[in-house]
Design a protein around this ligand. Structure first.
Ligand code: PLP
Length: 457
């Protein structure tokens, strides 16, 4: 039997909300120097950081640098499409025209009709709208989520639990995969909603969506899919997927930050979370982010062109595979999540590792991230969400210190021990990287690992 949702920590070690008990988060007092206060490693406001060397940026799953074409496309329209697209005058109509053109382009890339899309602020909002907006039109029942969901899904689930929904977490296996048999068994009343992360951000697992979605559809249960890590990396045709709602965001595919899309199956009804306006077909109030939507459409066009030119394969996979070929020869590194290659079970731009000392002791991934950052590399120990804030809360743990509660809840859910689950390292690549950029990485990682091993000996 699947568990009810246990207390969870975020990838950065914070306590995740237990939907049964969680109180709405208490707002922290606002300070105008709040950024620096929350994350002491950040520069004081007003000081510029050193320019980022994109050839050393291996953290695409956290966010990706906007493509030059995206900046250019947005800049080209900034002077013409600044107005409120609901206004009936010339400037308003120009903005509305750009918004609707962007919608058409995004829809074409996703295999949807423009009317199926709701522009919103990003993946987290899309997920909340999908789950809370669906639940508002349903009798409270049971929501099924996997044990490896993004914190945004868990937060929305926690809200539903406070509204009288049962939330049940489907366990995953060592690769992060949901058991289809178990899902099928739980697709009985009172299950009314399912939410699954298609591409897991920390360990790269791709759920077999066609078969899981077919189970939901046959049972008449509404399925939401968090496709934030998938869109732009796999060809997607929503019209052929057994999915009712799909969330995605622009910033993971070299688009701008602050814009996402919730795509709905044709005719699916949804209650808005934000009222007060008839924008987005009455499903999301608020003046639309016209230029951001244009940037999103441009980034998606680029991603689709890359996939099409490579017969549906993300060309970055080749770079990722070559990197792993070199890394797997080093001591103390092994893969977490699905293997690379033909099975189609892993995000194509994604590598997740478990790092240990020469004698097999797991080493703290976050300390390794810092050691690599000192060498100019941008990598991650898990999902980026809130890691800066929780590091600050943990007192800015430095190299050699295992931050309190550093274990990844995702790795724990996959059956790793607490100490193994603190040793994750995520490398996620993007089209800005060239093979020569990655040349020095294995040696730097090896040095960083040895340095850490010596510090902890
Ligand atoms: C799988 C997944 N879902 C949702 C989100 C949230 O997306 P956003 O940052 O656009 O709110 C992220 C971002 O890290 C993610 O990786």
């Amino acid at each position: 039997m699947p568990d009810t949702v246990p207390p969870r920590r975020t990838d950065s070690g914070e306590q995740r909300p237990d939907p049964a008990k969680a109180e709405p988060p208490k707002p922290e007092p606002f300070r105008c120097d709040g950024v620096a206060a929350a994350a002491p490693d950040l520069l004081p406001l007003g000081q510029s950081p050193a320019p980022v060397d994109l050839g050393r940026y291996l953290d695409a799953a956290a966010t990706s640098p906007p493509a030059a074409e995206v900046f250019a496309a947005m800049a080209a329209q900034a002077g013409a499409a600044w107005a409120n697209p609901s206004s009936l005058h010339g400037p308003g109509l120009a903005a509305a025209e750009l918004l609707e053109r962007s919608r058409i382009r995004v829809a074409a890339n996703l295999g949807a009709e423009p009317s199926q899309l709701i522009f919103c602020s990003g993946g987290s909002e899309a997920i909340h709208l999908a789950l809370l907006g669906s639940a508002a039109l349903l009798q409270p029942g049971r929501l099924l989520v996997s044990a490896v969901e993004h914190p945004a899904t868990l937060a929305a689930a926690a809200q539903l639990q406070r509204q009288g929904w049962q939330v049940e977490m489907l366990p995953v296996n060592r690769l992060g995969l949901v058991d289809p048999q178990l899902l099928a068994e739980r697709l009985v009343p009172p299950t009314r909603l399912v939410s699954l992360i298609w591409g897991q951000s920390e360990v790269g697992t791709l759920q077999p969506l066609a078969s899981l979605g077919a189970l939901c559809r046959n049972a008449g249960v509404r399925l939401h899919v968090d496709a934030v890590q998938v869109v732009g990396h796999l060809p997607l045709n929503l019209a052929q997927l057994p999915v009712d709602l799909l969330s995605c965001t622009a910033h993971k595919l070299q688009g701008p930050r602050g814009v996402g899309v919730l795509a709905l199956a044709p005719g699916l009804a949804l209650a808005p979370l934000i009222g007060g306006g008839s924008q987005e077909g009455g499903r999301r109030g608020g003046t639309e982010p016209v230029l951001l939507a244009h940037g999103f459409a441009t980034a998606l066009d680029l991603a689709t062109a890359r996939l099409t030119a490579a017969a549906g394969q993300d060309p970055v996979a080749e770079l990722r595979d070559e990197l792993w070929q070199r890394l797997c020869r080093l001591e103390g590194l092994r893969l977490s999540g699905p293997s690379l290659g033909g099975t189609g079970q892993r995000l194509p731009h994604h590598l997740s590792l478990l790092v240990s000392s020469d004698d097999g002791r797991p080493l703290p991934g976050r300390a390794l991230v810092r050691a690599l950052a000192r060498r100019g590399w941008a990598v991650s120990s898990g999902s980026a969400c809130s890691s800066a804030v929780s590091t600050a809360r943990a007192g800015g743990a430095g190299a050699g210190a295992v931050p309190a509660g550093g274990a990844s809840p995702i790795l724990l859910a996959m059956g790793y021990s607490e100490v193994e689950a603190s040793s994750g390292l995520r490398l996620s690549l993007g089209p800005w990287l060239k093979p020569e950029d990655l040349e020095p990485f294995p040696a730097d990682l090896d040095r960083a690992r040895r340095e850490l091993q010596a510090a902890l000996a």
